[in-house]
Design a binder for this molecule. Structure first.
Ligand SMILES: Cc1cc2nc3c(=O)[nH]c(=O)nc-3n(C[C@H](O)[C@H](O)[C@H](O)COP(=O)(O)OP(=O)(O)OC[C@H]3O[C@@H](n4cnc5c(N)ncnc54)[C@H](O)[C@@H]3O)c2cc1C
Length: 308
């Protein structure tokens, strides 16, 4: 198959709420914008009901994604299917390569989201995603107020998420899965005083339940132990990926793309928005960052044109 050559003013890598909002602003300002849509799809493509996107009391995730998409296309954005497999971002112009095309752009907005974990370490996790297995305390915690849940993860992010669950009135059994992590920090000991059971000696071997999470099987030094829980929150650190590192994009201590308050990365003309920055990990935050990134990419192009 022949590789196509495409040219655009601004390339947006990722077609979730961050990327599509950026595209709406750029296209509406009259610039050519191409949105690259990877195979993994937006987290909004996973069916759930959103109750915290302003303007909608409740809306299905897929419907909201469809509205973002229609609006971007109506203003003239072009959506092209393909995963960016290589990026050349340090010079001018910038290039992204997919299996089918090489795309040349004046500026680039990275909006590839936070990938779902590829490693499915716990038996039953895959089968029960959205049925009690969650990766997002802010999103799903309120559904389990007053119930007992298990939390898995040992990174700093896990500690913050367990705190968030406790603040929401969720009963948490935290199984960090490794010693020496955030579960040993003083803040974790304070959580124990607030009723969180931290099972440092245990591992989650299996998540049980036919159509919904009903419990977990823990592996402990004393042998297997069954624990009834209504949900399992999984907090693993998920790196933004070697794709960006290879392209020279700086990541922060959480392996998220580092940005300033104008969504600028360390590379001139390269912006990042949405879950990829680990900002709010919410649709409204992704859309907000996408707006700023789109506007700032326009400013960058204007200044470049003035500088000749
Ligand atoms: C089960 C669940 C429930 C949730 N509940 C809520 C909720 O109630 N409220 C809320 O506000 N948020 C919720 N969220 C979070 C919300 O979905 C995300 O914060 C939001 O979708 C992030 O938007 P984004 O544009 O940054 O990334 P995404 O929506 O993940 O989009 C990323 C895009 O990048 C593309 N991509 C990835 N890699 C590449 C590549 N190499 N090349 C090209 N394209 C690529 C993907 O195909 C996709 O189009 C929930 C998430 C999940 C999973």
């Amino acid at each position: 198959m022949a590789i196509k050559s495409l040219r655009t003013d601004i390339l947006v890598v990722g077609a979730g709420p961050a990327g599509l909002t950026a595209a709406i602003y750029v296209a509406r300002a009259g610039k050519k914008v191409l949105v690259l849509e990877g195979r993994s799809g937006s987290r909004l493509a996973i069916p759930y009901s959103i109750e915290n996107y302003p303007g909608f009391r409740s809306i299905a995730s897929g419907d909201l994604l469809g509205l973002f998409r229609d609006q971007a296309v109506a203003f003239g954005a072009e959506i092209v299917a393909g995963d960016a497999i290589a990026l050349a971002l340090e010079g001018r112009p910038k290039y992204a390569t997919t299996k089918e095309a090489v795309i040349e752009a004046g500026a680039v907005i990275l909006a590839t989201g936070k990938p779902m974990p590829r490693e499915r370490l716990i038996e039953g996790e895959d089968r029960l995603v959205g049925q009690g297995v969650s990766y997002c305390a802010t999103c799903d915690g309120p559904l389990f107020r007053g119930a007992r849940v298990a939390a898995f993860g040992h990174a700093e992010e896990a500690l913050e998420d367990v705190q968030a669950l406790v603040d929401m009135g969720v009963g948490v059994v935290w199984v960090p899965g490794r010693s020496g992590g955030a579960a040993d920090a003083p803040a974790a000991r304070a959580l124990e005083d607030r009723g969180v059971a931290i099972r440092r000696e245990a591992r989650i071997r299996e998540i049980r339940g036919l159509t919904r999470v009903e419990g977990v099987v823990l592996e402990t030094p004393a042998g297997p132990e069954e624990l009834a829980v209504a949900a399992v929150f999984i907090f693993r650190e998920i790196p933004a990926g070697p794709l960006f590192e290879r392209a020279g994009v700086a990541l922060d201590h959480k392996q998220c793309v580092a940005v300033d308050r104008f969504q600028r990365t360390n590379l001139p003309g390269v912006f990042a928005a949405g879950d990829i920055t680990c900002g709010g990990l919410q649709v409204v935050a992704a859309a907000g960052e996408g707006c700023v990134a789109g506007l700032q990419a326009l400013v960058y192009l204007r200044e470049e044109a003035q500088a000749g």
